[in-house]
Design a protein around this ligand. Structure first.
Ligand code: FES
Ligand code: FE2
Length: 427
């Protein structure tokens, strides 16, 4: 449970808020690269951390993320003409480059130099993997580029999608570090989803509904270990890394690709659920990629605005017959919308003053405290928060069977490091 003011602090990320400052310390996923597929393609509206922006790719292939609204009289530059290395407002023709610098005010004499004095807010936009990343903090504090493994492996080994989730980022992210719900909410899908089925680990997951959680601090955030019984007194461990503020990686199953998420605030009542799948040492198969595009695993089918086709307006297409028969535990199809339907059902910003937390919520409790501490240290003393240093991105989830006397942080120590060209540790 949190106090009201703690809940507000953690869930508000607009300009000037404490968590807003924290989020503005990191490179965050802003767009799929395919949203800006070619030079001079149409601009795209982007809302992040409650700021309204527009992204475009100019004639020279440079990416820009600038204030959505023209400095003249506030027209949305989404209507802009993307031409000759700049985005031109269609109202009176003011034109901006990828840095937000005004290049032309056609109604004014060139000699006046007026346009040089006009500049829109702008943020860097950089392509790494399938994703365009942005950093929305002060320019002099810009950290080195991120080094998440899923974005650095060869393109044929990785797949990324995004979907809009209609609730605050924190309750979405809390689902990503809550391994205990898998034995319930997702139990119907473990044996059938093409990106999950067949792993030995699934049997342990389904057989032991009372996982024991051990959470340990790591430099960028937490390792959340969920322990279930295996054979001969051994333990099956699923270890989920959480890196501040909003990166999670689901422990692998068999040789399936590893999946995980970023939970990025659009505003305080909606977020982007970014979902990636990658394999450290092999190309994804056509069957796997087709399944991902078809909404299997952690992905889901979305409309042109990336809103899931199953959404609150159609009750997530809940199927009560499937629920009763146990084909799905909640009646909603697919991992992504099973999670999103329940998290959205809590309301846009869930009231954490009313919770009753139990021991399986330890990861969530520790993550909240880590976030609160880091936001306070940043605002009060300017301390750079965990997770900014790219060194802290080079981690992996793992699943492993260990003897009872071995702590997971020792037994899985090597497995939790991302090593280029080395396969994941998985059961
Ligand atoms: S409002 Fe954009 S040029 Fe006038
Ligand atoms: Fe889930």
């Amino acid at each position: 449970m949190l106090r009201k003011e703690q809940n507000e602090l953690l869930t508000q990320t607009g300009p000037g808020t404490a968590m807003g400052h924290l989020f503005r310390c990191y490179w965050l996923p802003a767009l799929l690269a395919e949203e800006l597929p070619e030079n001079d393609c149409p601009p795209v509206r982007v809302k992040l951390l409650s700021e309204r922006l527009v992204a475009f790719r100019d004639s020279e292939g440079r990416y820009g993320l600038i204030d959505e609204f023209c400095a003249h009289r506030g027209v949305s530059l989404w209507f802009g003409r993307n031409e000759e290395a700049g985005l031109r407002c269609p109202y009176h023709g003011w034109k901006y480059d990828v840095n937000g610098q005004c290049m032309e005010v056609p109604s004014e004499p060139v000699e006046s130099g007026f346009c040089r004095k006009v500049k829109l807010t702008s943020y860097p936009l950089v392509k790494i993997g399938d994703v365009l990343w942005t950093y929305m903090g002060p320019a002099d504090k810009k950290p080195p580029l991120p080094e998440w493994e899923f974005a650095l492996v060869p393109p044929e080994q990785s797949f990324t999608s995004k979907r809009l989730q209609e609730c605050n980022w924190l309750q979405a992210m809390e689902g990503g570090i809550d391994s205990s719900h898998v034995s319930f909410l997702h139990r119907g899908d473990l044996g059938s989803d093409p990106l999950f089925k067949g792993a030995k680990g699934n049997q342990y997951n389904l057989a032991d509904m009372q996982p024991h959680f051990e959470v340990v601090e790591q430099p960028g955030g937490l390792f959340i270990g969920a322990r279930r019984n295996a054979e001969n007194g051994k333990y099956y461990w699923r270890i989920t890394p959480w890196v501040m503020p909003c990166f999670t990686m689901i422990p692998p199953r068999g040789d399936h690709p590893i999946h995980g998420h970023f939970w990025v605030p659009v505003d305080d009542e909606t977020c982007w659920a970014w979902s990636y799948d990658f394999h450290p040492v092999r190309a994804l198969t056509k069957i796997e990629v087709d399944a991902m595009k078809d909404g299997a695993g952690v992905h889901c089918k979305v409309d042109a605005a990336f809103r899931p086709l199953a959404n609150k307006d159609n009750d997530y297409l809940i199927d009560r017959t499937a629920q009763k028969a146990g084909r799905t535990f909640s009646g909603v199809a697919g991992f992504a919308m099973q999670d999103a339907s329940l998290q959205e059902s809590m309301g846009p910003i869930c009231d954490r003053t009313k919770e009753n937390l139990v021991s399986t919520d330890n990861g969530i409790i520790m993550a909240r405290h880590r976030l609160l501490r880091a936001a306070k240290a940043l605002v009060d003393k300017g301390v750079t928060p965990p997770g900014v240093d790219p060194e802290q991105h080079r981690i992996r989830s793992c699943s492993v069977v260990l003897p009872p006397e071995v702590a997971f942080k020792d037994g899985a120590k090597e497995a939790l490091n991302a090593k280029r060209g080395v396969a994941q540790t998985t059961v």
